[in-house]
Design a protein around this ligand. Sequence first.
Ligand code: GCU
Length: 609
Amino acid sequence: MSTIRRTWLPFLNADIPAACDTPIKVAEYELKLGCENLGIKAPALRVDPSMGEGYVLADAAVTGGGTGALYGVYAWLCAKAAGDSLPEGPQKPFWPLRMLDSWDNVDGFVERGYAGRSLWFEGGELRWDGPRIRQLGRMLASAGVNVLSVNNVNVRADAARLIEDKLPDLARLAEAFRPFGVRLMVSIEFSRPLAHGVGTADPLDENVGKWWKERADAVWAAIPDLAGFLVKADSEHRPGPFTYGRSHSEGANMLARAIAPHGGVLVWRAFVYNCRQDWRDTTTDRPKAAYETYAPLDGQFDDNVILQVKNGPFDFQVREPVSPTLYAMPNTRLAVEVQLAQEYTGQQIDIYAMNPMWRELTEALPPERAAAVAAVSNLGRDENYTGHPFAAANLYGYGRWAWDPWVDPRAVLRRWARLTYRLPEAQEDALVELLMNSRAVYEKYTANLGLGWMVNPHDHYGPNPGGYEYDLWGTYHKANRDAVGIDRTANGTGYTLQYPPQIRERYETPEACPDNLKLFFHRLRYDYRMADGRTLIQRLYDDHFEGCAGAEAMAGVLKGLDLPEPDRTEAAQRMEAQIKNAREWRDVLNTFFHRLSGAEDAKGRKIYD
Ligand code: GCU
């Protein structure tokens, strides 16, 4: 039996009736239910279709366009429930496409999923629990997410059938999300015409274009408001235009033209690199790959193509500089892709709140540079949807950031905490600070000074400094007895040359480079003096000790919070695992560097031999 589990909307504690089949009907229902539960007088609900996704709030009336009325109702109820004043003037989202990308496979397994199995796939079929999906629709709409990509970007086996014989089921899922202003998107397989006897998937072959056009016509006939197709091509063994000697603009444009008559967008991922690198090869530098592939194609993509670029040049590490591709393509519609699924950031066991990180992104990359945003989902079938109950703050926070990239991270986390838990003020403050600091703590024990990839290969949880060192993935730190890091400056791999000059200057010398990216950009000796006078090796040791102590301190704070059950138990159990993880990271990394460098810890703390 499905349960309505606590979310940031605890005042909406009943299932939304299936009869609420449009955003306006949901808005009416939610307003009535919310006001009754909060014991306050309901405002009038006015619909002005010209406002689209926007709204205006006043004590006596919520006015908004189609989905905007629903967004307005949630904003009104959340402000009242939190005891905050209403935002003044017209409100509208910054990015028109606020996408959530599920990496769900049709067999029910979620790639990089840390919250259980898929909420809508099982055993090759689309199956879901109506009340849970309505609850999720309510969560997405109240956060402001408006596109949900339903399947993994790695389209394998039966997933390609979602736009073929499984289309009627996909159309029913689209219907389930439609009342919440959430449109579906689907990941497709570039080479699919081959499975249908076309004989090639060459994007310039007439029959290939024809096949995709016919497919698109059938897909949009079944789901007229489908947002578009999402494609991972020529990446990590996925098929793509390179097989036929074609460029990525040729591949993307062919698909874009098939879906353009239906108003669909073709989201093409820029996560392309050599995943069969030889570690002996020092001329290839993985972070350079996306820019090398795409920057020369700027201006060559059709208008309905969106190039989706991961926020950093590697792959969702704890700390990376902003991808240079995002600065390099002014004539291309870009989407920035972030990852809510905590693949490298604690796997929804270790606490890692992301709004502070996204705010840094806004500060580094003018948000106007992007036409859209996408986030890899952290959702799953766990009763609380996100594994760790606090990971819900990242889903909520993503929606708030996608709505307003300048939103204050602390205000978002406070709003989430208040709505979810209603703790006494001092405890709420403590929870907000714990979340605000969680990334810094995690970064210190796992990946300080910009060093990524010291994780266990494949599953990516826990320390393993040698794990990726001689592997194929282009992810090396090259620590030896004297030094660690890669020189990515003009004198090194030349990666910094991909940035505009004013950004490049920040990274080009070790002195100018911020500490938290020092070893991403530079190869430094262990006796290198940091700005604060400490040696590099001492800083490595200190951060690992401090990060672990930070996790232990978080456990103390958590114990003092009167969280409701089952969140209290769930959070406590995960905190035990986080501490174990943090101690392992501290000791493994410290021993690794101690064995290599022979340097003693200036503070004489325990480092194992
Ligand atoms: C990471 C992740 C993969 C995923 C890939 C992607 O490499 O580990 O599971 O498929 O990103 O973004 O496509």
